[in-house]
Design a protein around this ligand. Sequence first.
Ligand SMILES: [Zn+2]
Ligand SMILES: [Zn+2]
Length: 281
Amino acid sequence: MDLADRASRMSAQRRRWTAAAPIAVVPFGPVARRQLRLAARVLGRVFRAPTIITAEQPLPSSALSTRGQYDADLLLELLHRQLPERCLRVVGVTEADLYVVGRTFVFGYAHLTDGMAVYSTARLCEGFYGRPVDPSLLARRVLRTLAHEIGHTFGVPHCEGEACLMRSVSFVDTLDALPVRFCPGCRPRVEHGLGVAPWSARGRWERGMAWLRRRDFVRAALSFEHAVRSSPLESAYHHSLGVARLGLGDELGARQALARASELGGGRPAPTPAHDSTDAA
Ligand SMILES: [Zn+2]
Ligand SMILES: [Zn+2]
């Protein structure tokens, strides 16, 4: 079964899914146009998401290791700063080889809460292993890697389910063996995440939490103010606004927001996404 068949079968299985906003694709360094078109096709068919392909970004020399690989964690942080306001997720693609601290390489890497993923085609190519180039196999590997990493960005960790795309992957043969479908446990989380528009109250709150984790209290407070205006009865949004204002040193504003949160329901945060961490493909 080729890529188109697998993707359309997956698409048919998820026909009611529609992404609330486009997914941005950022090429890091030179990336073949056919690879960018492939990424757009996978995102459209698997997640029913329109794609925005941005201008090529240089691979930062600060992320380059002595082994000639790039630190995927650093690339994710760059992507976080580049996530367009009205995009659902941002995914970087590169032909350079990637690693993270503690692993000699990764096919891809993603953030479980803040909306960024990155993947490399380097080790998806048969040529990397000294075997004849196989464009069809490469496309099948990109499908699995990209869909798996985007799955992580919806807060889905690795899954033990036999028939699930979110199974842990260590080597190219385990990647090839991944089923191209989400199991009934993982599917609802992906579906929910696809429906949260970045400009909705929940979307603004999630963006605010990402800034708060980076101690950028100005951007966090702005996002929470939007969330509070859109959904003024949600105590968690007032609570988060209070925390951000405390970070800004605005004690009066913080007290007002926290008091409002308390009136509305104790000021306990809404169920948070999965713990703030990253995960390799
Ligand atoms: Zn699963
Ligand atoms: Zn993974």
